[in-house]
Write a protein that binds this ligand. Structure first.
Ligand SMILES: O=P(O)(O)OC[C@H]1O[C@H](O[C@H]2O[C@H](CO)[C@@H](O)[C@H](O)[C@H]2O)[C@H](O)[C@@H](O)[C@@H]1O
Length: 253
């Protein structure tokens, strides 16, 4: 790893922590296609237990839509910020709020798809966000990135391009994980607690900054270069083990 330390054992009673979790690459091993990831019963059970132990102060902070997250984890439903915070569900059974954001940009996806002319690249249309996945065709990442940069130039101001894990995403500027974390931290049961956030990607860096401002614990999984996170874990397996040790196993408060 890049010299970032392993996270410490947590030293406060569990009622004083708020936990924010990225999904892909942090809780789930990456797969060749977004729909091919595997969610084990053990992971569902672990997250359900932690949610109860923290009195509900657990939320997914993800680039996926909340609907996609629910499909993956069903029947488990948790608080969640989807689409990098453009969507938010503040209680597990509550409605999904949607930010007032620019329009669906699926038409751009069609143009990019036609240019790439390759069945191996998957373009995920997420309303105001496009994710171009090149995991099955790594040689096309540079070309896809170039096309997305060009698409960005055609859009009105207010969008940006973020490198993803084996791909690239085009999204509105309002889509930031730090904003999503701050939103949760302003309301019960999160408010007043010390936040922890685990993530593995460039898009998580902004979340780490929000956590550091709040004097929380920011953890980058599998860091590949500089990171704002204070701590690091090697991989998904180590992440799950750290969560089990610190949030599920009984601790003296
Ligand atoms: O914020 P996250 O929860 O980490 O979500 C980020 C993106 O994850 C998904 O794409 C990534 O995972 C896929 C499954 O392993 C993989 O095939 C793809 O290459 C990765 O980029 C998801 O499909 C995206 O919508 C999320 O934005």
């Amino acid at each position: 790893m890049s010299g970032v330390r392993k996270p410490p054992a947590l030293d406060l009673p569990e009622g004083q922590w708020a936990l924010f979790l990225d999904i892909d690459g942090t809780l789930l091993e990456h797969a060749s296609h977004p729909n091919a990831v595997f969610v084990s019963e053990e992971l569902r059970g672990l997250l359900g237990n932690i949610e109860q132990r923290l009195g509900g102060a657990l939320a997914f902070i993800t680039g996926r839509s909340v609907l996609a997250v629910d499909r993956l984890f069903q029947p488990l439903k948790l608080r969640a910020a989807g689409l990098y915070g453009l969507e938010h569900r503040l209680t597990p059974d509550g409605p999904v709020g949607v930010a007032d954001t620019p329009a669906d940009i699926a038409a751009l996806a069609d143009a990019i798809e036609a240019e790439l002319d390759d069945g191996q690249v998957y373009i995920e249309r997420k309303g105001p966000i496009l994710a171009i996945h090149t995991r099955a065709a790594p040689h096309l990442l540079a070309r896809a990135t170039d096309l997305v940069e060009r698409a960005l130039a055609q859009l009105p101001q207010g969008y940006r391009v973020i490198p993803g894990n084996a791909g690239v995403e085009l999204m509105p500027l309002e889509a930031v994980k730090g904003g999503a974390i701050r939103r949760f931290m302003a309301i019960p049961p999160f408010a007043g607690r010390r936040p922890v956030f685990l993530g593995d990607d460039t898009s998580d860096e902004n979340g780490f900054e929000a956590i550091n401002e709040a004097r929380g614990i920011s953890v980058r999984v599998k860091p590949r270069g500089p990171t704002a996170a204070t701590y690091a874990l090697e991989n998904v397996a180590e992440t799950i083990a750290w969560l089990e040790t610190n949030f599920e196993v009984s601790r003296v408060s």
